[in-house]
Design a binder for this molecule. Structure first.
Ligand code: ATR
Length: 498
């Protein structure tokens, strides 16, 4: 189920958010800690107005809640008073044991409201996660819930392991009644933050009764996405533990457009698969544990394109020449490919490049794939870079010229008509945080045929703006992104992206 966490300050506003998202959600959580006190008395009539199963939660400040100045007795009394309204669930902390809280539990059980016993850990993932949840469930008396914050990939895999333990217990206790021993039925388990994101999308597939989402003015917890994104991008309801996983590893990675591109293609091809962002500082953990989560292929982005070379069972020739891998396919070991260089060439497919000149600005990892591509198409390449020695080293590897920015005016001149067919901007200058920047502000681009910036946000960098003003045809990094993704998708699935 997809649960919409409602965090407006009035129930009227919560109902508007619910209405807008009705087509995407199965259940609603009202976070009463966000409400103005004047609305507490109206909680009793809320469930009927939604027409959906509802969870009533009054989260404590130390568990990520808002502090409206109520003590635990007042919170419990306020929740008890709302129970006549037909709440399907109330959520209380697993250490709630004041008299008022025990009374709330009794009242809820008498009202036929199920109790979710939850705990939150904003500092990591406890080693005894599954055990604590099993303890909290008291057989099947309570629904155990945990929201924990994996700080790294090891934390994400602790969550995955807890899911496995909880699922096994659920399967092994099937057919037993509560009186015959522990019957662990529903539980809720999600990881917060960027590292936990895959566990939000895979919540149901891995065993959780629901996942939480936000769509109002405030996110209820770190890492929430909207119900529409869960459905439209990630196809949440179709995912099972048999679903094949693909993804992108990088750091940071949550801004990536790759999930939107790949998931659209997965859906267009009718595949039982999903593509997830894995924000990670330790990609090797994901590569080692891939089989446990049915992970079949990965896009690799900054800063891991070199690091993953050590973990691949085979590398194609372009990876060896470029020294960077942006695609890994899990085929009895990880097979490494590079689709950046061929993706880069795609918008230039109809150009005659052989024996023409190209200027490449920058000498980092991205420049390496660009130079490899241009040299493979027979271009005469000149590389310029802020640090001349890096341009020289890159040029030496590919048999071209390289140096500092002064090499540009030595090689090319607008006045003398000695301009390159192509000028490619490969540095990070022009995107956030240096969004106004242009690494070659003094270079007169008139007479350059095509100016190509591999950045795609913003759509038009300062470099491309100057090139357009000088009369060049301009290309940004988006066609390259799409083309490299299409090649990746074909390597992953054997299917076309379009
Ligand atoms: P990537 O893998 O994205 O290419 P990289 O390997 O770190 O990243 O390379 C970044 C490139 O951007 C380098 O060419 C770098 O120049 P230096 O080699 O002199 O560091 C270039 N770059 C980054 N910031 C720059 C700036 N402010 N001005 C000019 N070039 C810059």
């Amino acid at each position: 189920m997809i649960c919409l966490s409602c965090t407006e300050s009035s129930l009227e506003s919560d109902l508007l958010v619910i209405e807008k998202n009705r087509n995407f959600i199965d259940i609603v959580e009202i976070r009463a800690d966000f409400l103005d006190a004047a609305d507490y008395k109206n909680l009793v009539s809320l469930p009927k107005k939604t027409g959906l199963p509802c969870i009533l939660t009054f989260r404590r400040p130390e568990d990520g809640g808002v502090n409206p100045g109520l003590g635990r007795d007042e919170r419990a009394a306020m929740m008890s008073a709302a129970l006549d309204g037909g709440w399907a669930y109330i959520d209380i902390e697993d250490d709630a044991d004041a008299d008022s809280e025990r009374q709330l539990i009794k009242d809820a059980e008498a009202a036929g409201t199920r109790i979710i016993k939850s705990f939150h850990d904003f500092s990591g993932v406890p080693d005894n996660l599954a055990e604590r949840m099993i303890e909290n469930s008291k057989g099947d008396r309570y629904i155990a819930k945990a929201a924990v914050m994996p700080e790294n990939t090891a934390g994400l895999f602790k969550i995955i392991d807890a899911h496995r333990k909880l699922r096994e217990l659920r399967i092994s206790s099937e057919g037993y009644s509560c009186t015959n021993g522990p019957l662990f039925t529903d539980y809720i388990l999600v990881g917060m933050g960027a590292c936990g994101f895959p566990s939000r999308v895979m919540a149901a597939a891995w065993g959780s009764m629901l996942t939480f989402s936000s769509a109002g003015s405030t996110k209820a917890a770190p890492g929430h996405i909207s119900p529409a994104e869960l459905v439209d991008v990630y196809n949440y309801h179709a995912l099972t533990d048999e679903t094949e996983l693909f993804g992108i590893i990088g750091n940071p990675v949550m801004h990536s457009k790759s999930p939107a591109l790949h998931n659209a293609a997965i859906r267009a091809n009718g595949l039982d698969a999903v593509y997830l962002p894995f924000e990670t500082a330790d990609p090797e953990i994901i590569l080692e544990h891939a089989c446990e989560i049915n992970l079949k292929g990965l896009s690799v982005t900054i800063p891991h394109k070199q690091k993953v070379l050590d973990f691949a069972a085979s590398l194609d020739d372009s990876v060896k020449s470029i020294g960077a891998c942006n695609t890994l396919v899990n085929d009895k070991g990880w097979r490494g490919y590079n689709t950046d260089w061929s993706g880069f060439l795609q918008p230039l497919e109809s150009e005659i490049l052989e024996n023409r000149s190209a200027l490449v600005i920058g000498a980092g990892g991205a420049a390496r794939a660009v130079v490899y591509a241009l040299v493979s198409r027979g271009m005469k390449v000149v590389i310029v870079n802020r640090s001349p020695e890096k341009a020289e080293a890159l040029a030496a590897d590919f048999g071209c010229r390289g140096g500092g920015f002064e090499l540009m005016s030595e090689e090319f001149s607008a006045q003398n008509g000695r301009q390159p067919l192509l000028a490619v901007q490969t540095t990070s200058v022009g995107t956030a945080p240096n969004i106004e920047g242009n690494p070659v502000p003094d270079f007169d681009l008139s007479g350059v045929g095509i100016a190509y910036d591999i950045i795609y946000t913003p759509e038009k960098t300062a470099f491309l703006g100057a090139a357009e003003a000088a009369g060049c045809r301009i290309i940004n990094g988006f066609p390259m992104l799409k083309a490299q993704a299409a090649r990746q998708f074909h390597l992953f699935t054997g299917r076309p992206m379009e």
